[in-house]
Design a protein around this ligand. Sequence first.
Ligand code: C5P
Length: 224
Amino acid sequence: SPRKDFAGVSVLVTAGPTWEFIDPVRFISNPSSGKMGFALARTAWYRGADVTLVSGPVSLPTPHGITYCPVKSAMDMYKAVIEKMDFAKIIIKSAAVSDYRAASIEMEKMKREGKDTLTLNLVQNPDIAAEVGARKSPDQILVGFAAESSHLVEHAKEKMLRKNLDLIVANDITATDAGFAVDTNRVKIIKKAGDWHELVGTKEEVAWGVLNTVSEMCQKEENR
Ligand code: C5P
């Protein structure tokens, strides 16, 4: 029978890409499939958690038993996460949030006639993880992800400190068996103290491993 180490624990997971519309039919996004976040949500539920999943647009079946909150843009995701964060003991930010959005969304479909080049004006989206990090209470555990192409551990650690995360899962995006839209992942799980270990496997297996570390952190807290 499965471990129920998350029984009674509320977990908020974000997943997927965000869509930043520039006109009614076009948007800026990234290749995130949502698979890692959905695997985390399913696995946490399986281990007994009350799970809320805030996800950008993906083509995955909605997991059974969880509260599903679909969003489109980073601003939508930001509002949903800030609204729901107080109820969560554990917040896992695996979404690939667009860093920028259009400064204004065209009301009409843009025409290409007479325009050889097009300049888009973009403004920064809020950093949701950093905002949660600034607002969270000491007993909330915030887990972030970091997709890096160089100095993996170093850059991820710096990100963890800057955003006030409690744990970071670092992904080498140059590896072919890891990252966007594939079923496997190769990650380094880095704790605040700096110690890290590697996890390789399906996204389900990686989700299981990430939750093992989170579970240990919860137990240490209880034993304080
Ligand atoms: O800074 P970077 O985007 O590499 O950090 C990745 C982490 O920050 C992920 O956990 C991601 O979900 C989160 N993030 C966020 N809001 C943003 C950008 C990233 O929550 N606007």
